[in-house]
Design a protein around this ligand. Structure first.
Ligand SMILES: *Cc1c(COP(=O)(O)O)cnc(C)c1O
Length: 463
């Protein structure tokens, strides 16, 4: 299995190389050269198997000979052992034909643990085998950073630097990043918003001297291995509801388009998904793009679902690559326009192909709050504000025939203020995290200046 860049000008890599590299050297994102297929029988055979076994079967064709079967099964087992639910990704029913896929039983209470815990295991195994060391630098709107730090803390072969927008992440998110005591963990509070954090990381990857000098590796959702790990729960949940014998639809609270792109891959592999519904908060560039064909940035407005406060949705590039018939230069041109003019227009043909696969909707702040309140009253389920955006948009798209699965992306206790405002009670942390508010914090505030950040990283990894 080979991996190619969405901009067509970077070296073709193996799974292991693509995983350790993150962003391609031409600024593009790695995607598999071909999409492996799961037959009707392969999918039907996933019924009743453990999450780990399903994960092995769904991901195995993508990893080539990076790991042996035994090695890969061992890494998967370790990755999910720390989850607080034996099903790993349980489904609960929200209403007639509407289900919530709870993806928040991992160690940092958000779906990002599914990918990050596995990536942590895969990185450690690969780096140790190759006698290498890397510097992981990531940008976060809150959940990626906590998941990355949790996955990489204390590993020998890795330093992990996480840039988060100062003052714009929830207290639980911040504490998950600032309280680990291991020396290889560096939480950096950047004076800016998430897009500034993400731009700084991209610029570091495009500075090849720096990139090679510190052996930079990326674990943002631009990393293909993250997308891959997220494909699995589309299969397990769909099979629970009768796939492949009947189709299902998904609604996905979306920011960087990573999680929903994993659903797209599941569909391409053969899972009968009728619609993939993009759910955005008031930062609705993806919804506008699908409605109008214009992908136009407008700046970020902070919301009660901060992990979706994003205007430059990196993984959308992967979808564009496919709907432009994998023409890397066409994609590069559009990304160039995005950088220089703040937007681009999707061609009519490409837009129609996107609309065949994706639907979209947005939820306002009031609708999000009202959905948390309504879901609690009608089902007892306490939704986090991101999941609530999903549930609201799903309700607008549900049909009688096809079960709708909304991805529950975080535990409500990660966003206690928004939840308390909606239902008048504060969701509690799971007992395994009871002392989070008592642990000492450690972070470094940094200016939104590339040189300053790079110097700090070089300084820290020397120590
Ligand atoms: C990251 C995140 C999202 C958005 O996921 P993308 O893959 O970036 O689209 C939604 N909800 C929560 C809770 C998140 O942490």
């Amino acid at each position: 299995m080979k991996y190619i860049s969405t901009r067509g000008k970077a070296p073709v890599l193996t799974f292991e190389q693509a995983m350790l590299t993150g962003l391609a050297r031409d600024g593009g994102l790695y995607v598999p050269e071909t999409i492996p297929q799961m037959s009707h029988a392969d999918i039907a055979a996933l019924a009743g198997v453990t999450y780990e076994e399903a994960a092995f079967r769904v991901m195995r064709p993508f990893i080539g000979d990076t790991f042996t079967d035994t090695e890969f099964a061992g890494l998967i087992a370790k990755a999910y052992a720390g989850f607080g639910h034996d099903a790993r990704a349980p489904l609960v029913q929200m209403g007639p034909n509407h289900f919530l896929l709870e993806l928040f039983h991992g160690p940092t209470l958000a779906f990002k643990d599914f990918a990050m815990q596995l990536i942590g295991q895969m990185f450690e195994f690969s780096l140790k085998r190759n006698g290498q060391r890397v510097t992981i630098v990531g940008a976060t709107s809150g959940d990626t950073g906590s998941a990355a730090i949790e996955a990489f803390r204390g590993l020998d072969a890795v330093d992990v630097f996480i840039l988060f927008p100062h003052g714009r992440v929830s207290e639980v998110q911040r504490r998950q990043m600032t309280t680990p005591i291991e020396d290889n963990v560096h939480a950096l509070a950047l004076e800016g918003d998430f897009d500034h954090c993400q731009a700084a990381v991209k610029d570091m990857f495009n500075d090849f001297d720096f990139r090679d000098g510190v052996r930079l590796a990326g674990v943002n959702s631009i990393n293909w291995a993250r997308v891959l790990a997220q494909v699995v729960y589309y299969f397990t949940s769909a099979v629970s509801l009768g796939a492949p014998h009947r189709p299902v639809s998904f609604t996905v609270p979306t920011g960087n388009f990573g999680d929903i792109f994993a659903g797209y891959i599941a569909k391409r592999m053969g899972l009968p998904i009728e619609k993939l519904v993009v759910a955005t908060n008031q930062n609705d560039i993806l919804h506008r793009a699908l409605e109008t064909g214009g992908y136009i940035t407008q700046g970020v407005t902070p919301s009660i679902s901060p992990s979706m406060d994003i205007q430059v949705s990196s993984n959308f590039e992967r979808a564009l690559f496919d709907v432009y018939d994998r023409d890397g230069s066409a994609v590069a041109q559009q990304m160039d326009q995005l950088k220089t003019q703040g937007g681009f227009k999707i061609s009519q043909g490409a837009l129609e192909r996107l609309r065949d696969i994706f639907a979209s909707g947005r939820a306002s702040e009031d609708e999000t709050s009202a959905t948390i309140k309504g879901a609690f009253a009608h089902t007892g389920e306490i939704l986090c504000p991101h999941s609530a955006v999903g549930v609201k948009v799903a309700e607008d798209h549900i049909s009688d025939q096809t079960p709708m699965i909304t991805l529950g992306t975080a535990h409500p206790a990660k966003f206690p203020d928004a939840v308390e405002d909606a239902i008048g009670q504060r969701p509690g942390l799971p007992t395994r995290m009871h002392d989070l508010y008592e642990r000492a914090e450690r972070m470094t505030q940094v200016a939104n200046d590339l040189g300053t950040i790079q110097d700090l990283i070089k300084e820290r990894i020397k120590a």
